[in-house]
Write a protein of this length. Structure first.
Length: 217
């Protein structure tokens, strides 16, 4: 009932062009994003995992992600989660995982921004696909922003930054876990998250992102 009232008072609109649409993104804007499921098998420092992504970090998608993260457009989490859910093959893959979690922000940065962009999307995906959603990881160090660093500095910048919260150490045992992040560049952030989760005996750990990009030198 509450959702019906809220939808009446604040009808869902396309997050890009603001036209009314139940899906939070209209067909015209969705077509501009050129969404396609991509999968690659990655290995960094002996750690193997699957990476799933639906776009490259450029053009229209790049602008949209920048708006979401840095221009106070938190409502775009509905748009991004629905973009992901509209990819039927990806949905089938996601339903094979027991838990979806997200790469966490530090408490200080989240307080400044007002929201965690990855957490909002992962929770919405979990709700729509009926997957368990836990914020398994916490950021225990206030490191530098990855996007402002060189390729080589990024690796050291995320070392020992993430820890599994005590309450979830037994929950992830023998479970299939997928980590959600917005952008994948060098893979060092994903690697550190995977290594930390793997300490507690999951069946497998993979990564889902919206966009895969190249480091800008």
């Amino acid at each position: 009932m509450l959702n019906k009232i809220l939808n009446f008072l604040f009808p869902p609109v396309c997050g890009i062009c603001l036209k009314n649409t139940d899906d939070w993104i209209c067909k015209s804007c969705l077509d501009k994003l050129n969404i396609k499921l991509n999968k690659c098998k990655n290995e960094i420092n002996g750690v193997k995992y699957n990476l799933y992504f639906i776009s490259y970090y450029k053009d229209y998608m790049k602008k949209l992600l920048i708006d979401y993260k840095f221009n106070n457009k938190s409502y775009l989490y509905k748009t991004f989660s629905n973009i992901i859910i509209k990819e039927n093959n990806l949905c089938k893959i996601l339903k094979s995982y027991d838990i979806i979690t997200s790469v966490p922000m530090s408490k200080n940065r989240q307080a400044i921004r007002g929201y965690s962009q990855t957490e909002l999307i992962s929770k919405e995906i979990a709700k729509k696909l009926k997957i368990d959603n836990y914020e398994i990881l916490e950021k225990v160090k206030e490191n530098k922003v990855q996007s402002k660093l060189s390729f080589y500095d990024r690796k050291n910048n995320v070392k020992n930054v993430f820890k599994v919260k005590n309450i979830f150490k037994s929950i992830i045992n023998k479970k299939n876990v997928i980590i959600f992040d917005d952008i994948y560049t060098t893979g060092f952030t994903a690697l550190e998250c995977i290594k930390e989760i793997k300490k507690f005996n999951p069946k497998k750990v993979d990564v889902l992102v919206i966009s895969k990009g190249k480091i800008e030198r």
